[in-house]
Design a protein around this ligand. Structure first.
Ligand code: ADP
Ligand code: MG
Length: 690
C-alpha cells in the first residue's frame, strides 16, 4: 500500500481560466497523480500524488512542457509586479496605445512599409512575436487552439498582403496585451498575497531547556513558544506565563490591541506589541486559525459562481465565433486586412477574467478585515438573499452568560447543586457550560469526575456522577415536573434557565443572563435597509426567554428548537423560493449553517467547526461585519456585471467595426487591451474598500 501525498507547486505565467485548464491537464497526465487543483489567485497547483511514482520534479517538467514556469524562488518572481506601480503601468500602456493610434493616423506604418525592405520586416515580426508564436505552435502540437492562435493567423494575413509594419505593431500590441492581463490578474491577487505575507516564519521554542529558532510550521502541539515584545506570535496557543498587549489585526481585522495574560488564547500571526509571553502551542502552521484562513481564501476561487460558469461557457464559444466572423468577412469582402482586424480585435481572456478578478479582489480584501468569504459563489448568493435567520446564544448575545441565580429545591445545599451542575458541564463547550463552571470556580467548589458524559445538542448534557444520573439543560431535557410559580420571575427577565436533575428528581434550577451584543440593533437596521425583508430569531432556549429578546429587537422568533428543527425551517424558506442567510456561532448549529444558502459564523477565530461549516466566517465578534459583508457582496456583483457588460459590448462593437473594414488592424490590436484595462480599473475599486 502506498500513502498519497499533497504537494504545492508554484506556477507562473497563467493569465486566465484557459491557462489553468492547460496546466491542470498537463499535471493530470503525469503518472501517479490522482488529483490536481490549479489556483490562479495564488499561482500554484495543489497536487495529490503517489510519491513513489511521481515527484515535484515530474510535476515541474509537466508544467514547463505546457509552457508555464515553475520558479525556484517564488517570492522574488511574484514580487515583480507590485501594487505601487499600478498607476504607472496604466499610464505606460495608454501612452503606447496613443503612440500607435497617432502613428497610424500620421501614416508612419505605411511609410515604413514602403521604405524598408520586406525581409527586414519579416525578421522584426518574427523576433518581436517570438514568445507568442512559440506558445501558439506548442499549443498547436497539442491540438489546442488558444486566443493567440487566431491573432497569429491575423498577423499572417497582414504579412501576406505585404503590410509588415502593421503585422509588427500587432505583434507588439499582443505582447502589451499579455502584460496587461498578467498585471490585472496579479493586481487582483495582491490582497491575497498581502494576507499570506503576514504568515509567521520563525518560532522560538523551548526544547531540552534551550531556546532554539525553528520554522513556525514545524512547532508541535504542546511545545512552549517564547514571544518577545514587538514580535509576531508564531502559533495558536494558550498563554502559560507573561502579560502582553496583543494586536490581532492579521486575523480579526481589528487593530485595537487587547491585554492578555495567563490562561488566555492567542492566535498565530497576531503581534505581541508590549510584553513577553510563553505560549503553549495548540496549533501551528496550516492548522492554526491563520493558516486555515489563508488556505480557505486560496480555495475560494475553486468554488465557481453561476455568473462565472456562464462566462466560462461563453468563452468556450468565443474562439469559434471569432473564427466564424473572420471566415464570413473573407467570403463576403475578400479583404485580408479586415480579416486580420477581426482576428486581433477580439479578446477571450477579458471575458474569462471579468468575474474571477473582481471576486478575488473582494475575497482577498475582506479577509484582511476579519471577514472570510469561502468562495465567489457565496458573494453572488449574499447579494441576492432576502431572509436572515439568527441563532441566539453566542450569536445575538455576547455568548458569555453569567450565572445569576442558584435555586436549590427540596432542601438541597446551593453549593452542592452548583457542584453537580459544574461537574456535569465539565467537558461541554457550550457557553452556558462555561458560565456554570466559572460560577463554581469562583466559589472555590471542587469538581467531581463525570463518567459516561454525553452532550445533547440543543438540550443539554447528561452524565454519571458518584453513581447518580445527572442531567443539566433545558426544560425539555428533564422529565421532572417544575414549580412554575417560583421560576416565573426568573423567566420574565429574559434569563435562560438550566434545570439540574439527579436520578429523575429535580435538584434545582440555575439562571444565566447573557447580554445582547451592543451593536446588534444598529446592524439589524442596516441589514433591513439593504433589503433583507425577513429577519427571524431561532433558538433552542425557552419560549419566554426568546420572546423577551426578540421583542426588544422587534423581530419574530421561534423557540425550543432542536438543531434538526432549525434545518427544517431553513428548508421551508428555501422551498418557497427564498434565499436564506443564517448566522450562528457554530455551537449546536453547524449543520444548519451548512444547509443555508449562506451560513455565516460569528467568532470563528479558534473555532474549527464554525470555520469549517460556515460559508462566511466572521473572525471578529462584531455584528457590523454582517451588513458589511452584504455591502461587499453587492458591490462585487455590480463590478462583475459592469465588467461583463463592458467586455461584451466592447467585443461586439469591435468585431463589427473590424469586419466592416472601418477599424484597421493596428487600431484593432490597440483596442484589444482596453477591456482588460477597464476590468483592472473597475475591479481595483474592490481592493480599496472601506
Ligand atoms: P441557541 O439556539 O440559542 O444557540 P442551543 O441550541 O445551543 O441554543 O441550546 C438550546 C438550549 O439547550 C439552551 O438554552 C439550554 O437550555 C440547553 N443547553 C444546550 N447545551 C447546554 C449545556 N451544555 N448545558 C446546559 N444547557 C444546555
Ligand atoms: Mg448557539
Amino acid at each position: 500500500m502506498t500513502l498519497e501525498q499533497t504537494i504545492e507547486v508554484p506556477v507562473l505565467g497563467m493569465d486566465c481560466a484557459e491557462c489553468t485548464q492547460h496546466v491542470r491537464q498537463a499535471i493530470a497526465a503525469v503518472p501517479g497523480v490522482s488529483a490536481v487543483d490549479v489556483l490562479l489567485a495564488t499561482e500554484k497547483a495543489v497536487v495529490r500524488l503517489d510519491p513513489v511514482r511521481a515527484d515535484r520534479q515530474a510535476i515541474a517538467r509537466a508544467v514547463e512542457g505546457a509552457g508555464y514556469k515553475v520558479p525556484a524562488d517564488r517570492q522574488a518572481e511574484t514580487r515583480a509586479f507590485g501594487r505601487s506601480v499600478s498607476r504607472l503601468f496604466g499610464v505606460l500602456v495608454i501612452a503606447i496605445l496613443a503612440l500607435v493610434v497617432a502613428g497610424e493616423w500620421l501614416g508612419v506604418f505605411d511609410w515604413l512599409t514602403a521604405r524598408l525592405p520586406w525581409p527586414v520586416g519579416l525578421a522584426a515580426v518574427l523576433i518581436g512575436g517570438f514568445p507568442v508564436f512559440h506558445n501558439v505552435i506548442r499549443a498547436a502540437l497539442r491540438r489546442q487552439v488558444i486566443a493567440h492562435t487566431l491573432m497569429t493567423v491575423g498577423v499572417i494575413a497582414a504579412m501576406l498582403v505585404g503590410e509588415w509594419a502593421t503585422a509588427l505593431v500587432v505583434v507588439v500590441l499582443m505582447r502589451v496585451g499579455d502584460y496587461v492581463e498578467r498585471f490585472t490578474a496579479s493586481h487582483a491577487r495582491s490582497a491575497v498575497r498581502d494576507l499570506m505575507a503576514m504568515a509567521p516564519q520563525q518560532a522560538r521554542v523551548e526544547r531540552d531547556g534551550q531556546e532554539i529558532d525553528v520554522p513556525a510550521d514545524s512547532v508541535q502541539a504542546g511545545e512552549i513558544v517564547i514571544v518577545r515584545p514587538g514580535e509576531q506570535i508564531p502559533v495558536d496557543g494558550v498563554i502559560v506565563s507573561g502579560q502582553a498587549t496583543v494586536n490581532q489585526a492579521a486575523i480579526t481585522g481589528e487593530s485595537m490591541p487587547v491585554e492578555t495574560g495567563p490562561g488566555e488564547r492567542v492566535f498565530a500571526a497576531s503581534l505581541a506589541e508590549l510584553g513577553s509571553l510563553r505560549v503553549r502551542t495548540t496549533h501551528a502552521g496550516r492548522d492554526s486559525t491563520f493558516g486555515r484562513v489563508v488556505h480557505l481564501v486560496e480555495q475560494a476561487e475553486t468554488s465557481r459562481s453561476d455568473v462565472q460558469r456562464m462566462a466560462d461557457r461563453f468563452s468556450a464559444w468565443f474562439l469559434p465565433i471569432v473564427a466564424g466572423v473572420a471566415a464570413l468577412t473573407f467570403l463576403l469582402r475578400r479583404d485580408p486586412l479586415a480579416v486580420a482586424a477581426v482576428l486581433v480585435v477580439a479578446c477571450s481572456c477579458s471575458i474569462a477574467l471579468a468575474t474571477p478578478i473582481a471576486m478575488l479582489a473582494s475575497v482577498g480584501a475582506a479577509a484582511g478585515r476579519g471577514l472570510l468569504i469561502k468562495g465567489g459563489k457565496h458573494l453572488e448568493t449574499l447579494a441576492r438573499a432576502d431572509v436572515l435567520l439568527i441563532d441566539k446564544t453566542g450569536t445575538l448575545t455576547l455568548g458569555r452568560p453569567q450565572l445569576t441565580d442558584v435555586v436549590p429545591l427540596d432542601g438541597m445545599d446551593p453549593d452542592e447543586l452548583l457542584q453537580l451542575a459544574a461537574s456535569a458541564e465539565r467537558f461541554s463547550e457550550h457557553p452556558l457550560a462555561h458560565a456554570v463552571r466559572a460560577a463554581a470556580t469562583a466559589k472555590g467548589i471542587a469538581f467531581l469526575e463525570p463518567a459516561d458524559f454525553e452532550a445533547l445538542p440543543g438540550l443539554g448534557v447528561r452524565c454519571t456522577l458518584s453513581g447518580s444520573l445527572v442531567s443539566v439543560g433545558s426544560e425539555r431535557l428533564v422529565g421532572a415536573p417544575t414549580d412554575e410559580a417560583r421560576l416565573a420571575s426568573l423567566l420574565e427577565g429574559g434569563k435562560t434557565l438550566l434545570y439540574v436533575e439527579r436520578d429523575a428528581r429535580l435538584a434545582g434550577v440555575l439562571a444565566a443572563a447573557d447580554a445582547l451584543r451592543p451593536e446588534v440593533p444598529e446592524a439589524l437596521a442596516e441589514v433591513r435597509q439593504l433589503g433583507i425583508r425577513q429577519i427571524e430569531l431561532l433558538t433552542g432556549d425557552a419560549e419566554r426567554t426568546a420572546a423577551a429578546l426578540a421583542a426588544s429587537l422587534g423581530i419574530p422568533h421561534r423557540a425550543q428548537l432542536m438543531p434538526a428543527d432549525k434545518i427544517a425551517i431553513v428548508r421551508g424558506y428555501q422551498a418557497q423560493g427564498h434565499r436564506v442567510i443564517m448566522i450562528g456561532d457554530g455551537v449546536n448549529d453547524a449543520p444548519a449553517l451548512a444547509q443555508e444558502d449562506v451560513g455565516i459564523a460569528m467568532g470563528a477565530a479558534g473555532s474549527d467547526i464554525a470555520l469549517q461549516a460556515a460559508h462566511v466566517a466572521l473572525l471578529r465578534d462584531d455584528w457590523r461585519l454582517v451588513p458589511e459583508v452584504l455591502r461587499i457582496a453587492r458591490r462585487t456583483m455590480s463590478v462583475v456585471r459592469l465588467n461583463i457588460a463592458f467586455t461584451a459590448v466592447y467585443n461586439t462593437v469591435g468585431l463589427t467595426l473590424a469586419a466592416l473594414g472601418i477599424l484597421p488592424p493596428v487600431l484593432a490590436a490597440a483596442a484589444q487591451s482596453i477591456p482588460d484595462l477597464g476590468i483592472l480599473a473597475n475591479s481595483s475599486r474592490l481592493l480599496r474598500q472601506r
